[in-house]
Design a protein around this ligand. Sequence first.
Ligand code: FPP
Length: 246
Amino acid sequence: MGYKDQIDLSKLPKHIAVIMDGNGRWAKDKGKMRIFGHHSGVLSVRDVVEGAVDLDLKYLTLYTFSLENWNRPKLEVMAIMELMVSTIHKEIANFMKKNVKLNAIGDLDLLPKKCYDELMNAIDQTSGNTGLVLTLALSYSSRREILHAVKNIARKVQEGKLNVEDINEEVFEDNLFTKGMPNPELLIRTSGEFRISNYLLWQIAYAELYFTSKLWPDFRKEDLFEAILDYQKRERRFGMTSEQVN
Ligand code: FPP
């Protein structure tokens, strides 16, 4: 029996977040340029999205480009941006067929115009889809996102629209880029690194963390299913005792 058949569909996480890591090392292992790894990483993205759709998962959020990634060699950054433009353009038809709604979080105004426009066009075209919400974290930094929320809230207080006493977790979450989305219950990171890398720091407070040594271009939907199965075997206590939860 494959991993998929063992998954309890009634206990699926609503939201899975993924740190796609290891493209560069994957390419280097093969004696190729790093960008070759990113191109192969797109095949993994396609397969994993298909797996998420097969399961009727509600939210999948992929760490596609961090704010810190802008510091990479200019050539690599440009190549990733071009890859993004062509991938998003090519995938629209597939998103429509699979009822996938595209979304993006991050400092999107830093993206090159062509990339920004392509992204907005795809978000617009898929906005009526009701299946999987596929969020690309692009030019994303969780600390920036939190600062952005703090500034928004401070502004509302300053303008007399919000009382300090009324600031609670719900108000805070309403000011994050992920507003309206449930927090991820499962965070997957590939490539054998045990770090969070400034990703969804507020949102993953209670997420189960799953690390695999597989490099992202080797990660496929079967690996996603395996991670979900692992998640389903865990006991989520949220600070309570095992007896209370059961
Ligand atoms: C991390 O591997 C990967 C990235 C920074 C880029 C991820 C981008 C893609 C997979 C393209 C996806 C495109 C779309 C439209 C979703 P790394 O370069 O940090 O690898 P390394 O740690 O081995 O150097």
